[in-house]
Design a protein around this ligand. Structure first.
Ligand code: IMP
Length: 182
């Protein structure tokens, strides 16, 4: 593993890492990939899930590390799938979500970035509001083909500037400002 990285991103998800790397590059932060499977606790709180993953990642790596946990919250479904977004994606997928959402389409994507090093642990949260599309549009990963951010007419999968407006971008921006100050 190269030693020159400032910071590592622990995840099994290559897509999340690639986006995070591009975003943090813009802040001058050189992000390495610590590809691993982290245990996900069952909790209603994304923050608790992310903190638990960050502790595990740091215990394995012993270097400054961030993890990310996300959730898609659909208003008319009382926030479902929320912290269960990963399981729901694997089981019913985008087609299943579209079938569940009939009229009220408002939703939000939430990202928690949890940082852990030898001295501290800190989390940053951000969200992007939007709506669930009527059909699957575009080919990108996860919920990208069914999430239309507010003020846009296209899904994340169809937008070229996802990395400038996403939940991930906003949470990483908060993190980067803190990290560069400390
Ligand atoms: P987790 O953080 O891996 O638990 O993410 C929850 C679910 O949301 C997973 O199915 C991810 O694939 C999906 N997800 C998280 N972020 C994004 C995104 O930016 N676009 C599309 N799907 C996402």
């Amino acid at each position: 593993m190269p030693q020159s990285f400032d910071l590592f991103f622990a995840s099994s998800n290559q897509h999340k890492f690639s986006e995070a790397k591009k975003i943090l590059d813009e802040f001058g932060i050189n992000l390495g990939f610590f590809k691993c499977n982290l245990e996900e606790i069952q909790s209603d709180s994304l923050k608790e899930i992310a903190k638990h993953k960050a502790t595990q990642a740091f215990d394995k790596l012993r270097k400054p590390v961030i993890v990310e946990d996300d959730g898609l919250f659909i208003e008319s479904l009382n926030g479902f799938p929320g912290p269960y977004s990963s399981y729901v994606f694997k089981t019913i997928g985008n087609k299943g979500i579209i079938n569940l959402v009939k009229q009220k389409r408002k939703a939000k994507f939430v990202s928690i970035i949890s940082y852990h090093d030898k001295y501290s642990q800190i989390s940053f949260e951000s969200k992007v509001n939007g709506m669930i599309s009527k059909k699957i549009s575009g080919k990108d990963w996860g919920y990208d083909p069914i999430f239309i951010p507010s003020k846009f007419k296209k899904t994340f999968a169809q937008l070229e500037n996802k990395n400038e407006i996403s939940h991930r971008f906003k949470a990483l921006k908060k993190f980067a400002n803190w990290y560069l100050d400390n």
